[in-house]
Design a binder for this molecule. Structure first.
Ligand SMILES: Cc1cc2nc3c(=O)[nH]c(=O)nc-3n(C[C@H](O)[C@H](O)[C@H](O)COP(=O)(O)OP(=O)(O)OC[C@H]3O[C@@H](n4cnc5c(N)ncnc54)[C@H](O)[C@@H]3O)c2cc1C
Ligand code: SF4
Length: 322
């Protein structure tokens, strides 16, 4: 196993990517050898599904994390057909999607399996409902959307925004901490229940050649400028010789041990924890037309409650209120 920090030296590609843009680096190389690349993209209805890409231009549709469980469809058959034609293939996805692909294809020389570190993936129906409600509030339709970015780095890698750009040049953008959909994801309410018992965690779960993630906390391990960090840094873990050979030497910024990075990225080794009121959230969400109001209640109420309790304590300490 080799653990590496890295980033794409093409600043535009790095800015369009969620971490350091290493996926684009790997994918461009496979395409330059007339191979095919598979990964998660938006479809015409802005739902998330796996797509096959064969040109550098098309690669943009796979760039960026989409926080929705991606629909796989007949992708496995397409991958197997490409392999039978003698093409090199890069298949990317969540660790469970990569494990399923590995089971079908076996250890094929021409298949490079690339997984993302995975906090968990929301059920697609939540994204669908959220988008419908948001667009209705905005007086927009899906046809008005130009792009959706769950990890817009305009204010930096850590302070990312959720952004929808419209065809008329306007946009809806919100700090991730204030966005209801991302609050549901980050607080685990919208994750698939399978994600709370994910068998694809380290040290034994991964079936990939390469794992890609965010190198959160890199500044604790090495000297690096705030400017560089704000652009996004990738964590690469190579599990196989095939994986190591796919990483160009010039893309390696520094090597680390797994023991150094594991405490900085909990999703590598630990499953997301199931909220105590997860089932209640699901019941409430199923019983209403407004997912946003339920998300608001479950993800904001604890915060408001904390503020109220703290204010009450302060007032009591000051003798203003018992
Ligand atoms: C649902 C999800 C949860 C994640 N959780 C974490 C985490 O907890 N910690 C962490 O360090 N990193 C996490 N990541 C990975 C991280 O956000 C980046 O995707 C990864 O570091 C690759 O970044 P990049 O800059 O190299 O390329 P980018 O261009 O940003 O990413 C493109 C790659 O992401 C894949 N991808 C995008 N959306 C999906 C999707 N819905 N399903 C499957 N694959 C997808 C594409 O197929 C492609 O391989 C998560 C990603 C996803 C999709
Ligand atoms: S947490 Fe595990 S089960 Fe859930 S999407 Fe990620 S890899 Fe799949």
């Amino acid at each position: 196993m080799q653990v590496i920090s890295s980033y794409n030296t093409d600043l535009k590609l790095r800015a369009e990517s969620s971490s350091g843009g290493v996926f684009s680096l790997l994918a461009s190389h496979v395409i330059s050898e007339e191979g095919t690349v598979y990964g998660a993209a938006f479809d015409k209805q802005w739902r998330v599904a796996h797509k096959r890409v064969t040109t550098p231009y098309e690669l943009q549709i796979l760039r960026g994390s989409k926080y929705v469980y991606s629909h796989i469809g007949d992708i496995h058959q397409q991958v197997m057909a490409d392999l039978s034609d003698g093409r090199k293939v890069l298949f990317s996805g969540t660790p469970c999607q990569v494990a399923a692909m590995a089971k079908i294809a076996g250890n094929h020389n021409n298949l490079l399996l690339v997984e993302v570190v995975c906090h968990g993936a929301p059920e697609p129906s939540y994204w669908d409902r959220y988008l419908t409600e948001l667009l209705a509030q905005q007086g927009r339709s899906r046809a008005d959307i130009k792009s959706v970015n769950f990890r817009d780095k305009r204010n930096g890698w850590r302070k990312y925004n959720f952004t929808i750009r419209y065809n008329d040049g306007s946009e809806y953008t919100e700090f991730h901490g204030a966005n209801l959909y991302l609050a549901g994801f980050l607080r685990n309410y919208t994750l698939r229940s399978a994600c709370f018992k994910c068998p694809f965690k380290y040290p034994d779960g991964s079936k990939a050649d390469i794992t890609l993630g965010d190198f959160w906390g890199i500044e604790k391990l090495t000297e690096i400028s705030n400017d560089e960090v704000a652009k996004g840094i990738s964590l690469i873990i190579c599990h196989s010789d095939k994986g190591r050979a796919a990483i160009p030497d010039e893309a390696i910024a520094r090597s680390f041990t797994f023991q150094e990075v594991a405490p900085l990225n909990k999703a590598l080794t630990k499953c997301a924890s199931r909220p105590a009121d997860y089932d209640k959230f699901r019941r409430k969400a199923a019983a209403t037309d407004s997912l946003c109001s339920v998300l608001n209640k479950f993800t904001r109420e604890p915060l408001m409650l904390r503020i109220k309790v703290n204010v009450a304590r302060l007032l009591s300490r000051l003798g203003i209120k018992k």
